[in-house]
Design a protein around this ligand. Structure first.
Ligand SMILES: *[C@@H]1O[C@H](CO)[C@@H](O)[C@H](O)[C@H]1NC(C)=O
Ligand SMILES: *[C@@H]1O[C@H](CO)[C@@H](O)[C@H](O)[C@H]1NC(C)=O
Ligand SMILES: *[C@@H]1O[C@H](CO)[C@@H](O)[C@H](O)[C@H]1NC(C)=O
Ligand SMILES: *[C@@H]1O[C@H](CO)[C@@H](O)[C@H](O)[C@H]1NC(C)=O
Length: 587
């Protein structure tokens, strides 16, 4: 990819690290210091989508978290695969900053995380330094194994039980680390239930130090694919629900009304465009896969209820922030002729659940407009806990609480864009995955959502293909279009989305700089140009690097015709020879 002197100059103006005081208007400093630190329970499921509304299949979570807290509908994964995404969270950095870009060596995994010196310079340690007792149970990241857990202990935690490879994705045979070193094997026990048991124990332990705030991380593997611990082929199979949930959702069906559902013509770019239409048997299998994911999530739903109950019993429910999210999204709906999987710049893969309840968090609120990621969530956790990273991280503080919502307004509004990055190796899952051609999986993408006016997804692939989708919501009366949701019972007027399933790539139109699509393209390109190499403040405020006078802070403003010449002369985002070499090396 190419850079420019003009743009890089803007990137050098870095803001100081986000401390409590530095992000609030001056008169709020006192209050910030005086506030009691909330306890934090952080629940992160594995590969849970937002677009297929898996949250809707979790009634306890709906009652105890969604109704009691705020649900963020525009929350994203920095990179749609687990270890890099979790690393981005644990460091409050975007993926190109952590440089953890794959799940395994040489570009990712727990040993590399340690090699890069991140263990000890990460969220648990920063929370520890802010007087928190930090505990964590479940999956931290790939590459923590039964072999290396003793040699590479995680720092900053008072107690932990990490799921260890090769048992991590075995629903029935988990193995856990122990702080003392020996591995705890739990053969023939259901992983999610053991995680719940340990989480409740950690909460009991936290209650022993009532004077200290606590952070408990809970990371069940559902609804990730199952990988048997002793299967040397590491085949990714249908998730395994507990028998008590195995008969649920008999009527769960794939949404065949989506225009992306196993379409007659190929769609998308790169390897997706080469996919064959799925056979009926394959579609049926994906439907089973989808149902099993909902079933596997039920043990997580039960866990949510037990955790809330435990906090209530401890008398700390009102002073505890409960955060529910996932590491990346997932497509299991036969969209774009795909097998079950993740890694793409499409909404299914990058949009993840985020529900938060707790002190100061608005109740029953659905935030449809602000656009944030796990990187930002980590920055926000640091902020509300009064903790500080020992480097200039990339995260922006989210409007999680009433107080922070005011701050977002003071700061010119909430964030409205998101950078999606991906490198090297795609992941397709299930029994039909073997025959799938992979490769050319690298891309950089940006999502821009500005109220009801602007809703674009843009991606540039390492093949130099471009994708732009206009996903804008529209109010439409009596016109049959892609129906999204009913506004009134008879649906005389319906809220529509133009291209919610990302099927009509408008980058295939004339992109000459004077055309409408070309003008849009130059703006999206400039934004991506900054974001793909951003660091610190330029990740939070990329428009500042494009308009150093601060006059333009949104895509809508940037689309003004008077800036056509300025954008037209900026360099285009493309993969050049240099980067191709890097990609070849990485394969
Ligand atoms: C990222 O990590 C890889 C090794 O995994 C290394 O070869 C490369 O130089 C690193 N890039 C940067 C910018 O540090
Ligand atoms: C652990 O080490 C043994 C012996 O070297 C090896 O066979 C096994 O594959 C290793 N397991 C993992 C998960 O790395
Ligand atoms: C794998 O382990 C399970 C028990 O966890 C056992 O039932 C099964 O036979 C083993 N499979 C192989 C191929 O060793
Ligand atoms: C990757 O893309 C290039 C350029 O489009 C193409 O020549 C090559 O065959 C692709 N490789 C794979 C593995 O699809």
């Amino acid at each position: 990819m190419v850079g420019t002197a003009a743009l890089t100059a803007g990137l050098l103006a870095l803001a100081p690290a986000l401390a409590c005081a530095s992000v609030l208007p001056r008169n709020s400093e006192q209050q910030c210091k005086a506030d009691k630190k909330p306890n934090i329970v952080f629940i992160i499921s594995d590969d849970q989508d937002m677009r297929q509304d898996s949250l809707g299949s979790m009634p306890r979570l709906q009652k105890l978290l969604v109704k009691e807290g705020t649900k963020f509908e525009r929350f994203y994964s920095p990179i749609s695969i687990c270890c890099p995404s979790r690393s981005a969270f644990l460091r409050a950095q975007v993926a190109h900053s952590t440089n953890i870009t794959d799940v395994r060596a040489p570009y990712g995994g727990w040993p590399l995380f340690n090699e890069f010196g991140y263990n000890g310079h990460w969220l648990p340690s920063f929370l520890e330094q802010a007087e928190y007792d930090v505990r964590y149970v479940g999956k931290l990241m790939n590459g923590q194994t039964t072999n290396n857990t003793a040699a590479l202990p995680a720092q900053g935690l008072v107690d932990s039980a990490f799921l260890l490879d090769p048992h991590t994705y075995d629903f029935w045979n988990p193995a856990f680390s122990t702080p003392a070193g020996p591995v705890e094997y739990r053969f023939d026990e259901y992983s999610n239930d053991v995680v719940t048991e340990k989480a409740l124990k950690f909460l009991d332990d936290a209650a022993q130090s009532p004077d200290k705030p606590f952070f408990v991380g809970i990371a069940p593997i559902a609804p990730h694919s199952h990988i048997a611990w002793n299967d040397t082929s590491r085949a990714m199979q249908i998730p395994i629900p507990h028998p008590r949930h195995a008969d649920m959702f008999p009527d769960a069906k794939l949404d065949r009304s989506r225009d992306s559902f196993n379409p007659d013509v190929p769609s998308g770019a790169s390897w997706v465009r080469k996919l064959d239409k799925l056979s009926d048997e394959n579609v049926e299998y994906i439907e089973d896969f989808y149902r099993a994911r909902l079933q596997a999530l039920q043990s997580v739903d039960e866990m949510v209820e037990q955790v809330v109950q435990k906090l209530e019993d401890m008398g700390v429910l009102d002073e505890t922030m409960i955060i529910y999210t996932s590491d990346n999204g997932f497509e299991s709906n036969a969209g774009h002729r795909r097998q079950p999987g993740k890694t793409l710049p499409y909404e299914e893969d990058i949009n993840v659940p985020l529900v938060v309840r707790g002190p100061g968090v608005p109740k029953g609120k659905v935030d449809k407009t602000s656009v944030y990621s796990l990187t930002d969530l980590a920055a926000t956790i640091l902020h509300v806990s009064g903790a500080q990273a020992d480097f200039d991280h990339d995260g922006a503080v989210m409007p999680l609480t009433h107080e922070l919502r005011k701050r977002a307004d003071w700061n010119g509004g909430a964030k409205q864009f998101h950078l999606s990055e991906y490198w090297v190796e795609n992941v397709v899952e299930g029994k039909y995955a073997k025959s799938i051609e992979t490769g050319n999986a690298t891309y950089r993408g940006v999502r821009v959502v500005e109220g009801d006016d602007i809703d674009y997804a843009y991606a540039v692939w390492c093949t130099n293909e471009h994708e732009i989708y206009d996903m804008k919501a529209r109010l439409s009366c009596g016109v049959p279009f892609v129906l999204q949701r009913r506004i009134d019972a008879t649906c005389t007027c319906c809220a529509m989305q133009k291209d919610p399933n990302q099927m009509q790539n408008i980058a295939l139109n004339d992109l000459s700089p004077s055309s409408w699509h070309g003008r849009l393209h130059t703006r999206l390109d400039a934004l991506l140009l900054v974001l793909k190499q951003c660091s610190g403040e330029s990740c939070r405020n990329p428009w500042r690097s494009i308009f150093t006078n601060g006059k333009v802070t949104t895509l809508k403003q940037a689309l003004d015709r008077k800036y056509d010449d300025y954008f037209a002369q900026l360099p285009r985002v493309k993969y050049d020879a240099e980067v191709s070499v890097e990609i070849v090396e990485q394969v």
